[in-house]
Design a protein around this ligand. Sequence first.
Ligand code: F6R
Length: 234
Amino acid sequence: MQIIVVKDKVAGGKAALKVFAAAKARGVKVFGLATGGTPETTYAELVASDLDFTDSISINLDEYVGLAANHPQSYAYYMHHHLFFAKPFAASYLPNGLATDPAAECARYDQILADHHVGLQLLGIGRNGHIGFNEPGSPFDGTTHEVALTPSTIAANARFFDRPADVPKRALSMGIGAIMQADQILLEAYGSDKAAAIQAMIEGPVTTAVPASVLQQHPNVIVILDQAAAAKLS
Ligand code: F6R
């Protein structure tokens, strides 16, 4: 695991841009993408860059159940708003949060992942160590599935919604098995509320109780942290 500690998330976005540029330079054509507060500076850097993704495919980690793609808090909307408006891809995939048959939707997504090998996977991390929406206890070989979000994740996501009752309680998420298939993983974390999860991910035992700890078993992981998120590392 390569750990890069930067001053703040703006510097983190610049460091992440270099990882994306290097991936493009070595011919990566499939990018696994994340949403949330963490990658916002990365997407701002990508938007401002001269990188072109019109020959590339994007596959997002997850989507809330019950939100249409044009809902302002859906991850489809987020991706359009932060990246795709300026950097279109040849094709962009997200789970369909309105799917009437979630099991069929998960199978469709697993087929997309089987058809497109991810070269670079971008990740954030939850305060409880989740990656994607693979909450603690998720199996390391898991496939795309419907998730009941934990109270901690729902509380963390509430900042993006007007009313607590509006925060989705369920999501469709890529499984850890698919995340681990990526050739390279870039995980970013900023702020003191991620420090405990980062310490457990990097220095703790590999355990399903901390889903991100599985990354210790991946051969090519880059972690970009600000000083607050790195504060508990020894
Ligand atoms: C988002 C995702 C989640 C977030 C995590 C951190 O697509 O899969 O794992 O990366 O919940 O969220 P933020 O960045 O908002 O702190």
